[in-house]
Structures are given as C-alpha cells and as structure tokens.
Design a binder for this molecule. Structure first.
Ligand code: FES
Length: 141
C-alpha cells in the first residue's frame, strides 16, 4: 500500500524536532482526523534561503512521512521557491500516497505556508502567492 520511500521516511523521519528562536513557525491541524503538524524554519536574513527546517507531527504515518519529505525539499530553497513545495510535489517525491492519505500531505504544505506566513508577518514582507493560512492553530503568539 505504501511506497518504499514513504516507509523509509515514516520509520526514519528526517528533521524531527524544534528550532529555538525560529524565523518562522506554523502549526496546522486537520479537523477531520485531529492530527496536528508544526513546522519551524530558520531563514537567512540576507539571502532569504531556508537554512534549516524542523517539524513535529502528532499524526498518522503518512503525515510523518510527508512532513519529513517536505522539510528535505524546502531546505536550501529561498522562501519564494519554497512555495513550489506543494502537497503534489511532496507526494511525487515520495512516489505517491494512497488516495485516502492525500489529505495528510496537504497538512505538510499548509504547515510550510503557515511558517512562511509567520516569517513574512514578523519581517513585514510579502511573499507573492502566499495566502494567509486558514488553519494556523499556533499558540505561541
Ligand atoms: Fe490525519 Fe493522516 S490521518 S494527517
């Protein structure tokens, strides 16, 4: 049912943890399953490159695997390029997900967007194409 890549990222997730004084942080949840994902970004002030990205997921295996892959994909990208890391891109990188698990990958995309939104807000900048996250349930503001 799951690809080898999904199983690999689920059993050995990359970039799990927190970033202290993160440049941006976003927390999103899925109302249906109750799963929660939090993403931390460390962004270089000058180049706007994402130097580090960590996540915490209180969710299903597919949520863990997609967040893990998403962190790998955004690292080294600029905040503008990071918008290309859509749930579709994450799923492709994982060689697909079963249809019932597609919503889990949406959580990863939303968490990245919420963290970028947080960064943009803190720094008073605009990231073209980035919309205000509808489901930011962050509690550290
Ligand atoms: Fe909730 Fe996967 S079942 S994120």
């Amino acid at each position: 049912m799951y690809s080898e890549k999904v199983m690999d990222h689920f059993s050995n997730p990359r970039n799990v943890g927190e970033i202290e004084n993160a440049s941006g942080m976003g927390t999103v949840g899925n109302a249906k399953c109750g799963d929660i994902m939090r993403m931390y970004l460390d962004i270089d002030e000058d180049t706007k490159i994402i130097k580090d990205c960590k996540f915490k997921t209180f969710g299903c295996g597919a949520a863990v695997a997609t967040s893990s892959m998403a962190t790998e994909l955004v690292k080294g990208k600029t905040i503008y390029e990071a918008l290309e890391v859509t749930n579709k891109a994450v799923m492709e990188a994982l060689d697909g997900l079963p249809p019932v698990k597609v919503h889990c990958s949406v959580l990863a995309e939303e968490a990245i967007h919420a963290a970028l939104w947080d960064y943009a807000k803190k720094n008073n900048i605009q990231i073209d194409g980035l919309k205000e996250p509808k489901a930011d349930i962050g509690d550290e503001e």
